[in-house]
Design a protein around this ligand. Sequence first.
Ligand code: DON
Length: 327
Amino acid sequence: MVDFQAFLEKLYWKYRDVNEGKVASYIPELAKANSDSFAICAVTRDGRVFQAGDVDQKFTIQSISKVFVYGLALEEHGRERLLQKVGVEPTGDPFNSLIRLDEDSKRPDNPMVNAGAIATTSLIKGDGPTERLNRLLTLFQRYVGHEVFIDVPVFVSERSTGHRNRAMAHLMLNFGMIDQKVDEALDLYFQQCAILVTCRDLAVMAATLANQGENPLTGEQALHPEYVRDVLSIMYTCGMYNFAGEWAYRVGIPAKSGVSGGILAVVPNQVGIAVFSPLLDGHGNSVRGLRVFEELSQEFGLHLMDLSMGRCRFEAAIRDSSELTAS
Ligand code: DON
């Protein structure tokens, strides 16, 4: 029988020397990332931790933040009001595309593309920018189980170069999709993208979603259980940029990636898994991350549409596996 921890280590060594892809450079500060960094971590819904590689290395969360801010917006506004401002339809376009925004409804298609994420962030409640930022930091703290900080150089770098995001935000202001002051909304969006996390943090966040919104390590409720299905559905259909369909077909679990090289994925009621490697393919997804997830899904029958094994192979693999407990 396959031992889960041993399998993660095997994947780490197998893909460690894959050097295809490029580190993101459109945010100048991200170009400084170490392309050798590589980590894999899994946290089960009962809090067991399995890991390999640089699981404690910090990097900015980037687009993965969109998932969690969307969850907060759902709690604050409810489904119906949020749907009026941000749709739930995959675009098939790159995440920073402006093309569809000027068509038909003037409403961003979904909260995982930049336009939809900026609109979602602009809805976060709070009396002024500091209170709204604190609200977001507290949210992420509930998911990771410890204090979180912003990488200020990355925030400043994106703030001074994010002209496409500014263009989208102003277009949405023109359409009445953003109510709040547009520069404040953009600053908050750039700040949420610059929150520092580790691969282990991402796995805990994913495990929290796998565990109906309750952080399995702290017992804290990070998201109301009523909204977990909304968040997971959007991740499944829109989480991997314009590769989302292929990901759903090949890997088959809700996931979200970010341009600093993280991918987080959720097997509902079972496990949260994260991979970090900054080398990205043309869609903006981590090259090593895609390979690791494809292999994990295949080996343990994690694909949600594949009921032939009923997840038992995964359960068996973790049952007797010695976890490498992180500090
Ligand atoms: O808006 C941006 O370009 C970045 N802060 C986030 C990009 C990212 O990770 C991919 N976006 N879906």
